[in-house]
Design a protein around this ligand. Structure first.
Ligand code: ZN
Ligand code: ZN
Length: 214
């Protein structure tokens, strides 16, 4: 079964999740935006082996620490979707703009597409392409654990911003309704910022995406 621990990193309190297979104790890290020493300490305490970096999208708070962590531990970089190439190219600019430690671009070992899967140990997660916040945003879904790591697509009570270059409100709403809701009302999602919630809860109460019949 897939296990995970979420650690807020960077001045934006971005939810970096460390996910691992409890049979093999092999782990992946989703969105290592920064605070790499803290993240590596947590990995050490958990007694797991970090083998991959998975990215939802290439905003600085999510991807800023990727190049350095990949280099430190010689890890493959999986994701996001090619639509975020321009955000990867701009990582140094993004870090200067938001007063982050200088970040640099990287080349993903593997780009992700809708319908792909990613695996760590004996756990496999499905990849859904969910553009709207960024063009290349992807989401990682474990049907077995009923968990989805959704980055900045959806938050408890809110949705991702769509006013950045390449963002689009209608596209984001479509991504949420057509690609997240089918994962099931009882699926718990880990957003890029703030507390966890379930898709069922958001369909009832989230003013941006709730169902009209509730
Ligand atoms: Zn973002
Ligand atoms: Zn974010």
């Amino acid at each position: 079964m897939l296990q995970y621990q979420t650690i807020p990193v960077t001045p934006f309190a971005q939810n970096c999740s460390i996910v691992w297979c409890d049979e093999t104790r092999k782990a992946a890290i989703i969105d290592p935006g920064g605070d790499l020493d803290t993240l590596q300490k947590t990995v050490g305490k958990l007694g797991i082996t970090l083998e991959q970096i998975w990215l939802t999208h290439a905003h600085i708070d999510h991807a800023g620490g990727t190049a350095e962590l990949a280099e430190r531990l010689n890890l493959p970089i999986v994701g996001p979707h090619t639509g975020d190439q321009f955000w990867i190219d701009r990582l140094a600019d993004q870090s200067r703009m938001f007063n982050f430690p200088l970040s640099r671009p990287f080349t993903p070992t593997r780009w992700l597409n809708d319908g792909d899967t990613v695996s760590i140990g004996n756990s496999t997660l499905n990849v859904r392409h969910c553009p709207g916040h960024t063009p290349g945003h992807v989401v990682f879904h474990s049907p077995e654990a009923k968990r989805a790591f959704v980055g900045d697509v959806l938050f408890a009570g809110s949705i991702g911003r769509t006013d950045f270059p390449g963002g689009d409100f209608d596209t984001l709403i479509d991504s949420i309704k057509q690609r997240l809701w089918p994962m099931g009302n009882d699926t718990v999602f880990i957003p890029g910022h703030g507390p966890e919630s379930s898709f069922g809860e958001e369909r009832k109460r989230n003013p941006y995406v709730r169902d009209l019949q509730f």
